[in-house]
Ligand binder design. Structure first.
Ligand code: NAD
Length: 366
């Protein structure tokens, strides 16, 4: 296939890690005979420095017309004193989300076999297997509802609106993702829908809507409902019980950070934000790590795995995404580690050596 990918390296370690993901995508092109047109555009503090805007018009237009976007990270101390509305995180990330209508955020949280020691959870919990996908609604709920102050500033409110349309479209993303996780029909994929339906009216609408959609279109997927307080507890008590978690904006914000922490390695976690059109935004969950920028020691695997998510979710290239994920598993199994995931005192490789190893492993047809 042919696809256009807008590449936004950004700030700090962004250019270093994105270069490795591009390298791996080139290996996929060679092995599978695809053609990805990967063009770079300025974003974040780097774009502010060169063009006076953290999201220049040219970058936004390119993102809108691309089939998908690969982003490194934005921000850093150099731009912290800009007015909030012009800062990289606000101007670039939030504008991209709203302009592209990115209403669903997908975050896998997985403990790789070779890295079980990195999880802060007890060994018997981790050994049961941790491999879940959190699908979070991204453009509704309390973060976007009406907010304000009353009583001379002594009371405040944040309205949490949700419509059937908003719930259905994100639930569909979760059910489809669950189906894709077990395409061979080996075991029934499961969606756990998380709400607070015992207290909140929006949660009752959430539960009714998800249940109705499941009955109408996704009977081949198992559905369960959990209250958010129970879900937070189960994530640390029995994380292996989860497959796909579907939840609203604020619950998802909190649960996805909790889930990422139980894997123990921020440099390993990709994310995808998908919207109304086919394209999507793919980026590691971590930031620009200014403390290690330019040293060639950043872990590129979260960005490489974000590229795999792009192939799977935006282009429907499941085998190619699997090839990247297997390549990552194989280099980890061989003992390759960047500094952040190396055992204390253990040897580590550079950002580019890790990228080379994954690209090489992608090219090896097993
Ligand atoms: P961070 O995620 O950048 O770094 C937290 C810690 O994790 C640091 O010690 C860093 O060295 C380490 N780390 C992060 N990614 C790593 C990797 N790939 N390999 C090895 N180590 C890694 O969070 P922060 O320090 O709070 O934020 C730094 C800047 O990034 C801030 O300006 C923040 O606003 C911005 N930020 C951007 C995004 C984004 O672009 N999506 C997300 C979060 C933070």
């Amino acid at each position: 296939m042919e696809a256009q990918i807008a590449v936004l390296a950004g700030d700090g370690i962004g250019p270093e890690i994105v270069a490795e993901a591009v390298k791996v995508l080139c290996a996929v092109e060679r092995r599978f005979g695809h053609r990805f047109e990967m063009k770079e555009y300025p974003v974040g503090g780097a774009a502010y420095d060169c063009c006076g805007d953290c999201l220049p018009d040219e970058t936004l237009a390119a993102c809108k017309s691309a089939d998908a976007i690969l982003l490194g990270a934005v921000g850093g101390p150099k731009w912290d004193r800009l007015p909030v509305s012009q800062r990289p995180e606000r101007r670039a990330l939030l504008t991209l989300r709203s302009e592209l209508g990115l209403f669903a955020n997908l975050r896998p949280a997985k403990v790789w076999d070779a890295l079980t020691g990195a999880s802060p959870l007890r060994e018997e919990i981790v050994s049961a297997g941790i491999d879940m996908l959190i699908v979070r609604e991204l453009t509704g709920g309390a973060y976007f509802g009406e907010k304000g102050r009353g009583d001379g500033g002594r009371s405040a409110y944040d309205v949490t609106p949700y419509s059937v349309h908003e719930i259905e479209r994100v639930a569909r993303v979760a059910f489809e993702a669950a189906r894709r996780r077990f395409p061979q029909g080996g075991r029934l994929p499961k969606v756990t829908s998380v709400d607070k339906a015992n207290v909140l009216e929006t949660s009752r609408l959430w539960r009714e809507t998800v249940t109705a959609l499941h009955a109408a279109e996704y009977a081949d997927v198992e559905l369960e409902h959990l209250y958010v307080d129970n879900a937070a507890m189960q994530l640390v008590r029995a994380p292996s019980r989860f497959d796909v978690i579907l939840t609203e904006n604020m619950f998802g914000d909190i649960l996805s950070d909790e889930a990422s922490q139980i894997t123990g390695s921020i440099g390993m976690l990709p994310s995808a934000s998908v919207g109304v059109s086919g394209g999507g935004l793919y980026e590691p969950i971590h930031g620009s790590a200014p403390d290690i920028a330019g040293k060639g020691i950043a872990n590129p695997l979260a960005t490489i795995l974000s590229a795999a998510a792009m192939l799977r979710h935006s282009f429907g290239l499941g085998a190619e995404a699997d090839a990247i994920e297997h390549a990552v598993a194989s280099v980890l199994a061989r003992g390759l580690r960047t500094a952040d995931i190396a055992d204390q005192g253990g040897a580590s490789v550079s950002t580019s050596a890790m990228g080379d190893a994954v690209a090489e492993a992608v090219g090896v047809v097993i």
